[in-house]
Design a protein around this ligand. Sequence first.
Ligand code: SF4
Ligand code: SF4
Length: 320
Amino acid sequence: MTLAETAALIRRAALALGYVRCGITTADPFPEFIEAIRRILARHPERAELYEGFLSRGDPRHNAPWARAIVVAVRRYGVYRLPAELVGRIGRNYLCDRRVPAHPEHSMPARMKAYLRSLGLRVKSGSGTSDRWAAARAGVVRLGRNTFAFAEGCGSWINIECWRVDAELPPDPPTPDDPCPPDCRRCLRACPTGALCRPREIRMERCIAWLTYAEPWPIAPELWRRMGTWIYGCDACQEACSLNEGMWEERLPLPWPEETVARWHPERLAEMSDEEYRAFVHPFFWYIAPEDAERWRANARRSLAAERGEGNREMVGRGT
Ligand code: SF4
Ligand code: SF4
């Protein structure tokens, strides 16, 4: 079998598994990604510790020197019915997280990896760099000015999965241009914390998605006050984007958020004990610190305060 035939089989298998796009790119470095990190580092040396760690990720071979190509697949999650009371509080991406074992698409990446191995390929999951840049170079998405990846007919309500492989599979043509109307700045204006400082560049330490779970505590008050109702994650720049209009189709049920919806109400989160956090919340967010119950309680208190229109009042974090 030729490498082109192998690539065709891989694309077909990805679509058969439920992915909506599949493309291939080389395992060469991503200079645009590295340049974006360097620009942020130059402007914000005080956050060097955070950003320097990303530089090695500009090279997909940094931890897989044998890699020759990256297989990239796009999964569309903007097809699920979500409980209305959670939208605007917990990011849609997290509500549709296929890593949760109860998610109907939970096993897709493992099955794809097994298929690649069945072709005799050496495989490592992940692109080793920004999956979004890998997907743009594989021609399956275009990167918007809000840094999100957009797939034709899906908007940015997608997840990207990558597998590095050891075969020189023929790459697809890249899609380097952005999909944005020339004068559009809606996402930059919609970002509550100024994390989108310039097109395709995000200051992670200002992004609410990061601030709700990863930024060392306490959060700077000027950012905390702007985090609004978000308890975990943030969709503001995606909700504001015209490219996402009509792209969320509520046509499939998603059992786990529906069955557990009462647990995620901010009133309940604000009052939960450490034991309740470990028993009911952490199993769905197992990748963050198990002792972070107070951060969730504080985020829930802020969310409630913002809903009451107290967004401009001094709202402080931990322990209040
Ligand atoms: S996710 Fe929210 S905070 Fe982050 S860049 Fe988008 S709008 Fe800004
Ligand atoms: S809001 Fe406008 S500029 Fe931002 S990603 Fe969407 S189309 Fe592009």
